[in-house]
Design a protein around this ligand. Structure first.
Ligand code: BGC
Length: 918
């Protein structure tokens, strides 16, 4: 009795003190203030930037009712609550993501300070702590100085087929006689740059800036370098590498490999002194340069060679003897307009240790990273001056243990380091990356050990946004392969592969891929940038290429690859709630749609296709492309169905902008196409489309082209084909696979989708795992096919698999743009007992963790404030359901809507919920 009383008293006092603590804080807080979805971005060039914030609080069902946003021209004004640039006032609104600036006109170089507070149904917040952003150089005339460089090769360079161009080093000394109050560096270094001030590297970016069609636009980066300057003598040093600017291949398919010229740069260092005066240090012919530095060549396909005996200690600090350097040349300005880089630069995102190193033959070793990856190796070595260590990279090994390099085509993928001698030296390349799992080391003094090497994983500096774990190991392994594949192929643009002599931003690889990837990585800014690349690649007549930036000049006028332009704008709206790309690109999309219709539409069918259902599983092990007419799908069908889908997207885009006449035109065209399509391809007896391939039936079914009464029979043709003809295996290529998993689930066969996802026999994603893949292959038969087109690290065959993981297995699906509302309706398939998925949306983290065994079901859901969800819980009746131990009607913030078959539909707001059925 006594013990009980003490326990009770303890509990009571705990509760009291907890609630006292709770009172000290406001019931809701606002955190993560983001401008253009970034934390305190510098040098942006968006004239009406967007603001987003996240709300936190312990009660359930938090909804924002109003916000107030202040933007001030100084930190002091903001602290005084003086929003001299913009005071939104208390604005009744539930918007907390992508709120658009409506204040005074923004000008070059302005630094803007902002904060926000919110009113919610569960109480009001304090102001956020101050955030800021700065404006870049908005007009070409804002740039002082000239472009500098050297418009010819230097001694030792070679411009034969395999271009070798040494890196160019630049330096400039200057004095600051007064106290510096702030200093900002704006730099355009083409193709790639590294910037140093007084010997220290500025920023942690690598392989910057982001690649573009440099004849259209060039990206500048902005840095606050106030802390780098010292009173008195200062020095700026820069290194320029080639990147995609200077061609990687010469005198060889010139139409395919574009060159933009020799590396060049424009830089402004704007200094403000405490006495109010200003000074700009800009690039001009007072700068010195040399091509005689240690980076002897840098070629993204072939590798980097670094000769440490040519190092120039102190070259980027004041007082360096630069008599042997030449004057920098004034060179022709870059053709493209300078624009601020709004997407993240690449960074070394992870450092991994190799799993083993073993001797292949005397002096030659094979290093195994245990994982196919993209980036490079950082190496430590000690030896005598002039010794040369070679690192060759490959994805796989031959049976004899040597590197297998035939699938790299003519990319040499070799780094070379010449030792300076005199102790331990640590080196990593600067201007190249490789796609590899294995490294052949030769010339290494002594015996290399794993401790001497590190793998540097390099890709765009974006957050990992999702997590997925399930009770099925095959699903988990495929997920891991997808994760590594996707991060490998983000290189300032989404490339097809990171290893062979290609590495091109192919549009068709990402049509739905980008959407699936968005669950794993916060890729909104990258894809927003890519839409600009695509727009810039459009020809005046409207044609859109298959690769953008169009480094390869492929304007083949098919529908399926350029369709990506529209589907990605839609993805950014649906997943991130940002409608601006749709509005921005709408005129160019419209132009392309009209161009395709004008050129290639006959009798309401689009007659042009190029790639077919790219990379279906072929009839024999070595083949790349199938010749079997039953495996392939008619190009006119692919083009017309896709074009139909795009017409409906255009209708939606038009409606979103209130362009009613356009919307009506698109809808009417779609109706005409649908009729023509069904007349041409649908066999009304067998209800088969065309040759009855899965893709041929799946596209019209997924796009809503099949008459309602016939849908079940068309779907039956699909499942028969998969189950009977293909022994429950996949038979689709890049196009069909984009709709396959969702199509099976949506039409009531999630079990079959699950079967395909967990197969370990050919062809399947699990077959890749079974055969040692640690990424996703380009071909279903990637372990046996001809190496001429057989990358081990392509993401296009993922199709809609990642979407299906999150939406159909995790139950995390946006039903209003940006995850303001969700539909949580997992497929509870036989054999899968557990899924634990989470996704970091713009509103905050969404979690879904369910376990289902015979007789027991449990589902924990977390929703961020200012969002709501409709949740489908498997139950025979509402009476079986409990939330945190309570009957539904007693559970706080839980609204029973209705029974739908064997599922209870329940509405919830933010908070954590534990649903249980016994
Ligand atoms: C690329 C693919 C691309 C295809 C289109 C291949 O070489 O690697 O990813 O979509 O070509 O032709």
């Amino acid at each position: 009795m006594n013990n009980r009383l003490t326990l009770l008293l303890c509990m009571l006092s705990f509760c009291l003190s907890a609630s006292a603590q709770g009172q000290a804080k406001t019931p809701v807080q606002v955190s993560s203030p983001r401008c253009e979805m970034r934390e305190d971005p510098l040098g942006i060039d968006i004239l009406k930037p967007s603001f987003s914030w996240q709300i936190t609080g312990s009660s359930r069902g938090i909804e924002q009712k109003a916000y107030q946003l202040l933007v001030a021209s100084s930190a002091e004004k903001l602290a005084d609550n003086n929003g001299d640039l913009w005071d939104s006032g208390k604005t009744p609104s539930s918007a907390s993501v992508n709120v658009i600036y409506q204040g005074a006109a923004l000008k070059s170089r302005m630094k803007c300070y902002w904060k926000v507070r919110v009113w919610t149904n569960k109480g009001d917040s304090e102001w956020t702590s101050p955030a800021f952003w700065s404006m870049g150089l908005l007009h070409p005339g804002d740039w002082k100085g000239r472009w500098i460089g050297m418009d010819h090769p230097s001694k030792g360079d070679s411009e034969t087929q395999f271009s070798r161009l040494s890196a160019r080093y630049f330096r400039k000394e200057f004095k600051t006689s007064k106290q510096v109050s702030s200093a900002t560096a704006f730099i355009i270094g083409l193709g790639l740059y590294e910037l140093y001030i007084n010997g220290k590297k500025v920023g942690d970016q690598v392989l910057a800036p982001g690649p573009t069609d440099y004849n259209q636009s060039v990206k500048y980066n902005t840095f606050d370098v106030t802390a780098c300057l010292s009173q008195g003598k200062n020095a700026i040093g820069t290194i320029l590498g080639n990147g995609r600017f200077y061609t990687m291949r010469q005198a060889y398919k010139p139409y395919k490999i574009k060159t933009f010229g020799y590396p060049k740069m424009l830089m402004n260092l704007e200094i403000s002194y405490s006495d109010g005066t200003k000074e700009v240090i800009s690039t001009d012919d007072s700068w010195k340069m040399t091509a005689e530095g240690p980076i002897r060549t840098n070629n993204e396909y072939d590798g980097e060679e670094y000769d440490a005996t040519k190092e120039m200690p102190g070259w980027n600090t004041a007082g360096f003897e630069d008599k042997s350097w030449q004057k920098a040349q004034f060179v022709q300005e870059a053709v493209g307009m300078p624009v601020a880089q709004m997407n993240e630069n690449m960074k070394v995102m992870e450092t991994v240790k190799p799993v083993s190193v073993r001797m292949l033959k005397p002096g030659v070793y094979i290093l195994d990273m245990g994982q196919n990856m993209a980036g490079w190796i950082r190496m430590s070595v000690a030896g005598t001056r002039g010794q040369v260590v070679k690192l060759r990279f490959a994805e796989t090994l031959q049976a004899n243990g040597e590197l297998f390099v035939r699938n790299l085509r003519d990319a040499k993928s070799t780094d070379q380091y010449t030792l300076k001698g005199g102790g331990k030296e640590t080196w990593e390349p600067r201007f190249v990356y490789h796609g590899f799992r294995y490294v052949e080391i030769s010339g290494y003094p002594g015996k290399p050990s794993v401790a001497d090497f590190e793998g540097r994983v390099v890709y765009d500096d974006m957050q990992t946004s999702g997590r997925f774990l399930s009770s099925n190991e095959t699903l988990n392994s495929i997920y891991k392969n997808a994760y590594w594949g996707i991060r490998s192929n983000y290189k300032g643009m989404p490339v097809d592969c990171p290893q062979r002599n290609e590495r091109q931003p192919w549009l068709g690889d990402r049509t739905t891929g980008a959407y699936g990837e968005s669950f794993l990585f916060d890729n909104g800014r990258l894809y927003t940038k890519w839409l600009d690349d695509i727009q810039q690649a459009q020809k005046p007549d409207g044609s859109i290429p298959d690769v953008a930036p169009a480094f390869w000049r492929y304007y083949s006028d098919n529908v399926t690859w350029p369709a990506t332009y529209l589907t990605i704008a839609d993805m950014i709206y649906q997943q991130y709630g940002d409608a601006r790309p749709i509005a921005k690109h709408y005129p160019s999309m419209k132009k392309w749609m009209e161009y395709m219709e004008g050129q290639y539409m006959t009798d309401n069918l689009i007659t042009k296709d190029k790639y077919g259902d790219w990379c279906v599983p072929p009839e024999s092990k070595e083949m790349i492309f199938s010749k079997d007419p039953l495996r392939k799908t008619d190009g006119v069908l692919l083009a017309t169905a896709t074009y139909y889908k795009l017409l409906l997207l255009m209708r939606d885009f038009a409606r979103l902008q209130n362009l009613k006449a356009d919307a009506a035109v698109y809808e009417a065209s779609a109706a005409r196409l649908k009729t023509a399509f069904n007349n041409k391809f649908l066999n009304t007896g067998s209800m088969q489309y065309s040759n009855n391939s899965v893709t041929a039936n799946l596209l019209p079914l997924s796009f809503g082209m099949v008459p309602g009464k016939d849908q079940a029979r068309v779907f039956k043709n699909i499942t028969d084909k998969i189950e009977i003809t293909n022994n429950s295996h996949i038979s689709t290529g890049v196009i069909g696979t984009q709709w396959l998993m969702r199509g099976l689930s949506a039409n009531g066969r999630p079990d079959l989708a699950y079967r395909l996802a967990t197969n370990r026999t050919y062809p399947s994603w699990g077959y890749m795992v079974e055969n040692g893949a640690t990424t996703i292959w380009e071909l279903w038969n990637g372990n046996t096919a001809d190496p001429s087109m057989n990358s081990q690290n392509h993401v296009m065959l993922l199709g809609d698999l990642m979407i299906w993981y999150y939406e159909n297995l995790g139950g995390i699906k946006a039903s209003a743009p940006g995850f303001k509302q969700l539909i949580m309706k997992p497929d509870f398939v036989q054999g899968l007992t557990h899924v634990d998925a989470s996704y970091n949306s713009a509103y905050g983290i969404v979690k879904s963790n369910w376990t289902k065994t015979t007789g027991h079901f449990e589902w924990t859901i977390t929703l961020p404030p200012n969002t709501t969800a409709q949740v489908y819980i498997p139950a025979e009746n509402v009476g079986q359901l409990r939330e945190s131990g309570q009957k539904l009607k007693d559970a706080e913030g839980v609204r029973f809507i209705r029974m739908e078959g064997s599922k209870a539909l329940v509405g919830i707001g933010s908070g954590e919920y534990k649903f249980m059925v016994n």
